[in-house]
Ligand binder design. Structure first.
Ligand SMILES: *[C@@H]1O[C@H](CO)[C@@H](O)[C@H](O)[C@H]1NC(C)=O
Ligand SMILES: *[C@@H]1O[C@H](CO)[C@@H](O)[C@H](O)[C@H]1NC(C)=O
Ligand SMILES: *[C@@H]1O[C@H](CO)[C@@H](O)[C@H](O)[C@H]1NC(C)=O
Length: 417
């Protein structure tokens, strides 16, 4: 087991303290996904969390530890910790016999770790092998430092062997979950091990594919809007798409080549507003991310959006607010991704009104989920299509072909909010 005094020395040294399966041709694994809202952390934490995360994503390269120098610890301790307000989580089993953990689904990171809550720690079992390494990941809004184990991971009724896992020693920013299942590009594991190596850490998807448990190294995400604080309304599918969860064709585009979006599930897109096709964001790069709640756009684009919508910054929530009358005039946003256009309706652009008071808002207003990424466009990360965006579409991250897929769903034009 990990020696705590070594940890202290290290910290000092580093200067820081399913839905029913429909018939498919291939092998895949489907997990039900729960969506939860918890604003206990206070109003504004929704936006603060997402902006802190956006900043960390932009600065990731600078924070990767080089051999012998774990720069990222100081980065981790330098930012305010903000708990996730909305999360999508799945339950997985670790070890033999398995211990159940409720993990946040994150396409914006690629390490999987457990034990965020002292009440549900990692348990060494017959399948656990301690590697002697540490794992550390910086999320902007929080971080984890853990001990690396190779262990069994049970997802659905499938057992993935030899999965690298972090067993949390220290973590901040994760009050509602037991850890993270990181299903983004494998390159995001660069520099997460200590002592530092150049080794990448295969993700859960990579291992399931390598072990023949799924037929493709891809993962599909089906999220859905809800007015409830807690609802199991999503699906995470390893190795396949689920035709029951989308409408029409899936449009695929290559992962963008623009730094830094290229290391994430990064794409190029334009955004226009309304029938007049008012430009909000010209063709530029950004990412899709299940670990971000809002739809964040570059500050200049956000200013353009504020102008066309008439949205007023709201002190209580940190979001833009509209009167019901303004909401009546709100038009759709149009996302051009590759050669396809996706409509993001007025109803999709607002926080579920039934949950206004849960985020510190008022029933008299309508709050927009489009907000400011915190920096100007042209910096390689000009948008984050977060979970509120993904609730309206079916998305696929295809690691083998380095591409992103998106399709309409029954929720694209629905009006639950
Ligand atoms: C909500 O978050 C707070 C801290 O921000 C935490 O103490 C509480 O347990 C959470 N509630 C649930 C239901 O997870
Ligand atoms: C897991 O690792 C062990 C030891 O390296 C190896 O013998 C075994 O074949 C691996 N299992 C799988 C499914 O890759
Ligand atoms: C975006 O494109 C429009 C129309 O082509 C152009 O008028 C505008 O100046 C562009 N904006 C930026 C920030 O490049």
């Amino acid at each position: 087991m990990f020696n705590k005094s070594f940890l202290v020395i290290l910290l000092l040294a580093t200067g820081a303290l399913s839905s029913p399966l429909i018939k498919r041709t291939g092998k895949s694994i489907t997990l039900p996904v729960a969506r939860r809202v918890n604003i206990t952390g206070g109003a504004h934490s929704l936006l603060k969390h997402d902006q802190a995360r956006a900043k960390a994503i932009k600065e990731r390269k600078a924070n990767i530890p080089t051999h012998g120098k774990a720069k990222s610890f100081s980065a981790a301790f330098g930012v305010p910790i903000t708990n996730q307000v909305v999360d999508y989580a799945v339950t997985v089993g670790v070890g033999n016999p398995p211990t159940a953990f409720n993990l946040l689904i994150d396409t914006g990171s690629s390490n999987t770790w457990v034990g965020a809550q002292p009440t549900n720690p990692f348990v060494i079992s017959s399948s656990s092998q301690d590697t002697g390494n540490l794992v550390e990941v910086i999320y902007g809004s929080g971080f984890v430092l853990g001990e690396q184990f190779i262990d069994q991971l049970t997802i659905g009724d499938v057992v993935i062997e030899n999965q690298s896992l972090g067993a949390a020693i220290l973590n901040q920013g994760f009050t509602d979950v037991d850890g993270i299942i990181g299903i983004g590009p494998t390159v995001l594991t660069t520099g997460t091990l200590f002592p530092a190596t150049d080794d990448l850490v295969p993700t859960v998807t990579d291992n399931a594919f390598a072990q023949g448990l799924i037929d493709a190294d891809l993962v599909s995400v089906s999220f859905a809007p809800t007015q409830d604080l807690s609802s199991t309304n999503g699906e995470l599918i390893f190795g396949d798409v689920d035709p029951a969860k989308f409408v029409g064709d899936i449009h695929f585009v290559p992962i963008t080549s623009t730094v830094p979006a290229n290391e994430f599930v990064g794409i190029d897109q334009t955004i226009t507003y309304g029938a007049a096709a008012t430009p909000i964001l010209n063709l530029t790069s950004g990412i899709t991310d299940t670990g971000t709640t809002l739809l964040l756009i570059a500050s200049d684009a956000f200013a353009a959006y504020q102008t066309v919508t008439g949205g007023v910054p709201d002190d209580d929530t940190g979001l833009l607010r509209l009167t019901p009358e303004q909401f009546g005039n709100l038009e759709s946003l149009f996302f051009n991704i590759g050669d396809a256009t996706f409509e993001f309706t007025p109803n999709a652009q607002i926080f579920p009104r039934a949950l206004n008071t849960a985020i510190g808002g008022s029933d008299d207003f309508v709050y927009l989920i489009v907000n400011d990424i915190g920096s100007l466009s042209g910096e390689g990360l000009d948008f984050i299509d977060g979970m509120t965006f993904q609730e309206r579409f079916f998305t696929v991250f295809d690691s083998t072909n380095s591409q992103f897929g998106i399709a309409n769903t029954v929720n694209t034009f629905a009006t639950p909010n």
